[in-house]
Design a protein. Structure first.
Length: 508
């Protein structure tokens, strides 16, 4: 029994092991030893024939082979999700293709490991041989189980996890290129690269698909307990030092620098580094290293080996396993084609039948209406525009550029309201009581969309670029299929936006 216990210790190392698997093995060993004792009594009988001795030795060999099979199966069970799961295959091999264990001085079993892939924790047992050294005649009796069926084990490691991948239309801002902004944004943003002012306020999630540009998340990107967010980057992530508590999960194809408290899970391919007094209330998964510095992990650290953890910070628990990489962050940015109208007609508010006395009115129609189709679209400063959404949807399709600088925008939501009255004037404000009507106004612009400040309503799907003037207030969403969302003259415009999903765009 001592040898058997040592065999188990050799497989598991010095760390903890499943008591159920080990107890099962010891019970098997005890039964085999008792069988050997009984057989030994028979062997010592003066009346026993040589054939009887061989028969009993053969039976012991049979039991030993099955003890080996039970041993392997119990080891598999004991290793599942255990501290030493990623070392299981290597331990089962012990550096050789055939491994032998002794149950008693004269009893044991041998198994052969083939087709092993240690990096994936896969192996096959080609055969198991139970053996007996018969006393007195130096004969060796074997019983071979060949081949061993159903003994293949794959440890998959931790789940990689990843962002929800809700799609482009679920974002407040979405661009194939870069997004640069300051101000207050209520919604999710997704782009190749994201550049935000230090004082920016964002209530939603962030997705950055660049594999080379670090994503820096400013201090006021926080989420809430009831509405946690997701931070996902195909490169490195830095969570600003001295920021507010971030409620949500972090996914990085690179490394993560944690500079403030995080309530959620952190998953990374590269190193996870804690700045002083930073913390994660949740689990940390990494294929790289963890430098706790003076931080704290109020959860479990999942790493490939104990050597991957350093620093003087605290952590509640450690699991050594094959850590899976988080999923890529590309699912948010799938851009549909533009519905480019074939027309040579421009909309110019200074000379159009929809505009009278510098007041332009667009009346709602069927959801699939395409009557507002133009080559270029312009509303200059000094003109007012009213969208009558009480009777339907307003869809505007532009094959070229769309530039709007209206003095005022009016939104009519009921038939009893009147355009160009203070009661329907769109204010510079967020969380409007009628903001759901923004779902009924959509503009598809194959070229560039520009707004030089002021207010706007609904969703704009820009093509080659979206340019925003500082002081822009908007309820709806902005997307750019082939360029950037940035300031009119570059930089980070001070904008204020509230997300409302477009009915027309979300069905495409």
């Amino acid at each position: 029994m001592k040898r058997l216990r040592r065999a188990v210790s050799n497989v598991f190392g010095e760390g903890p092991r499943s008591s159920s698997g080990s107890t099962l093995l010891w019970m098997i060993g005890a039964l085999v030893v008792l069988g050997a004792v009984a057989a030994g009594v028979s062997l010592m009988s003066p009346s026993a024939s040589r054939g009887k001795l061989e028969q009993e030795a053969g039976m012991r060999a049979y039991y030993n082979a099955n003890a080996g099979l039970q041993f392997i199966q119990s080891m598999q069970k004991a290793s599942e999700n255990s501290l030493y799961a990623n070392q299981f295959v290597a331990n089962m091999m012990e550096g050789a293709s055939a491994v032998t264990y002794s149950i008693s001085p004269n009893d044991g079993f041998t198994y052969s490991v083939v087709n092993n892939t240690i990096s994936q924790n896969e192996y096959d047992i080609e055969y198991i041989v139970g053996s007996v050294d018969a006393e007195g005649n130096n004969a060796k009796y074997n019983y071979k189980i060949d081949p061993v069926l159903g003994v293949k084990y794959t440890y998959t490691g931790s789940s990689g996890g990843g962002p929800s991948g809700s799609g482009l239309s679920k974002n407040l801002l979405g661009a194939k290129g870069a997004i640069s902004f300051g101000g207050d944004l209520n919604g999710n943003i997704a782009a190749s690269t994201i550049d935000m002012n230090e004082g920016s306020n964002l209530t939603g999630s962030i997705v950055s698909t660049s594999s080379t540009q670090m994503l820096t998340v400013t201090k006021n990107v926080v989420g809430t307990v009831d509405n946690p967010i997701e931070i996902c980057s195909n490169s490195d992530i830095e969570l600003a030092t001295s920021g507010n508590v971030l409620y949500g999960d972090v996914y990085s194809q690179g490394g993560v620098v944690i500079g403030r408290p995080v309530v959620g899970t952190v998953r990374a391919v590269g190193a996870v580094t804690f700045n002083s007094n930073a913390s994660v209330t949740g689990d940390v998964y990494t294929q790289g290293t963890i430098d706790t510095t003076n931080g704290h992990i109020y959860g479990t650290a999942h790493v490939n080996s104990y050597g991957d953890i350093s620093g003087s910070g605290d952590y509640e628990n450690v699991v050594i396993e094959t850590v899976a990489a988080p999923k890529s962050c590309t699912t948010e940015l799938v851009f549909p084609g533009h519905e480019t109208p074939s027309t040579s007609t421009d909309f110019d508010a200074t000379n159009n039948e929809l505009c009278v006395n510098k007041q332009c009115t667009f009346t709602g129609k069927d959801l699939n209406d395409h009557s507002y189709s133009y080559r270029n679209f312009t509303i200059p400063w000094g003109y007012n525009v009213c969208f009558d959404l009480s009777s339907g949807y307003v869809n505007i399709f532009v094959s070229g550029d769309m530039t709007v600088t209206p003095q005022n925008v009016y939104i009519k939501t009921t038939s009893s309201q009147k355009c160009f009255k203070n009661t329907t004037k769109l204010p510079q404000s967020l969380n409007l009581s009628y903001k759901e009507y923004a779902s009924k106004l959509f503009a598809d612009v194959t070229g560039k969309f520009s707004i030089q400040g002021g207010v706007w309503f609904g969703t704009v799907y820009g093509g080659t670029g979206v340019k925003l003037g500082s002081g822009t207030w908007m309820t709806g969403a902005l997307y750019c299929s082939d360029g950037d969302i940035t300031g009119l003259w570059g930089g980070r415009p001070d904008i204020h936006m509230d997300y409302v999903e477009s009915t027309y765009f979300s069905k495409r």
